[in-house]
Design a protein around this ligand. Structure first.
Ligand code: PEP
Length: 258
C-alpha cells in the first residue's frame, strides 16, 4: 500500500526564533491528535534548523510526530565543496527525507537531471528517502509538451535506479507555473499528470512498483484546495510551500484526506 504523505518545504524562510515557534505549534497540534495517524508528515526546514526540528519531532513520551527532511543535498560525497551538505551529514543527524530537483534549484542553481540522479544515489546510499520534484514550465504546458518534459525528468533523474532502490523514492509533481503563484493545477490536471507518471513507472518497473509509489502534488496547494486535490486517485498527498509556514494551515492540509 502506498503512503499518504504531506511534506512542508519551508524554503529560505523563518529565523531561528520564528522557526522554533512554528515547530512548537506544529508539534503541539499534531500531538493533540489533530493529525490523522494514517498520514506521514514531513517537515523540511532550512538545514541549519535540523537539530531543533528533530528535537521537536517527538513528543515528551517519545512518540514520533513528524519526519524531518532537508531541502537539498550535495551531489558529492565529501571534501572541498564549500557551503555544501552531504548525504552522510544529513543521515548522521537523523534526517529521513530530502527534496531533490526542486524547480528553484533547477532554475537558480542550474541543477540538471544528471545532478538530480547523482543526489538521489547519494541519499539512497545513506538510507535517506529522496522526494524528487518534476514539473513543466508555463511555456511547456502552453506548447503542449508538458508530458515530454516530465518524461525526460523522470527517466533521467530516476530510471537509472535498480528496482530495489526505486521503490524507496517519492515523486512530487510540481508544475512550475503553480509554485508560489497562487495558480493551482486543477484536480483534473494534477490527476492527469500523476497517472501519466505512474504509467511511466509501470512500463519501467511493473504494476506492483507503480501501484506502491507515492506521488505528491505541489504548487499553491493550500488549506482550501488540498481536499479536492488529495481526492484524486493518483494524488497521494502534497509538497507544500507557502501554506507550510502556518501551523494551522499545514495541519488543515494534513487532515484533508477523505
Ligand atoms: C514548493 O515550493 O514546493 C511549493 C509547492 O510551493 P508553494 O506551495 O508555495 O506553491
Amino acid at each position: 500500500m502506498r503512503k499518504k504523505i504531506v511534506a512542508g518545504n519551508w524554503k529560505m524562510n523563518k529565523n531561528f526564533q520564528d522557526a522554533e515557534e512554528l515547530l512548537d505549534e506544529l508539534s503541539e497540534q499534531i500531538e493533540k491528535g489533530q493529525k490523522s495517524s494514517k498520514v506521514e508528515v514531513i517537515v523540511c526546514p532550512p538545514s541549519l534548523y535540523t537539530e531543533m526540528a528533530l528535537d521537536l519531532s517527538h513528543s515528551e513520551d517519545e512518540e514520533r510526530l513528524f519526519g524531518v527532511g532537508a531541502q537539498d543535498v550535495s551531489a558529492n560525497g565529501q571534501g572541498a565543496y564549500t557551503g555544501e551538505i552531504s548525504a552522510d551529514m544529513l543521515s548522521s543527524m537523523g534526517v529521513e527525507y530530502c527534496i531533490v530537483g526542486h524547480s528553484e534549484r533547477r532554475k537558480y542553481f542550474k541543477e540538471t537531471d544528471e545532478q538530480v540522479a547523482a543526489k538521489v544515489d547519494k541519499l539512497l546510499a545513506e538510507g535517506i528517502t529522496p522526494i524528487v520534484c518534476v514539473g513543466e514550465l508555463l511555456e511547456d504546458r502552453e506548447a503542449g509538451r508538458h508530458f515530454d518534459v516530465i518524461r525526460t525528468q523522470v527517466e533521467k533523474g530516476l530510471f537509472g535506479l535498480k528496482q530495489l532502490d526505486f521503490v524507496k523514492v517519492i515523486i512530487a509533481y510540481e508544475p512550475v507555473w503553480a509554485i508560489g503563484t497562487g495558480k493551482t493545477a486543477t484536480p483534473d490536471q494534477a490527476q492527469e499528470v500523476h497517472a501519466f507518471i505512474r504509467g511511466l513507472v509501470e512500463e519501467k518497473y511493473g504494476k506492483e512498483v507503480a501501484r506502491n509509489l507515492s506521488i505528491l502534488y505541489g504548487g499553491s496547494c493550500n488549506a482550501k484546495n488540498a481536499a479536492e486535490l488529495f481526492a484524486q486517485n493518483d494524488v497521494d498527498g502534497g509538497l507544500i510551500g507557502g501554506a507550510a509556514l502556518k501551523a494551522e494551515d499545514f495541519v488543515t492540509i494534513i487532515n484533508s484526506f477523505k
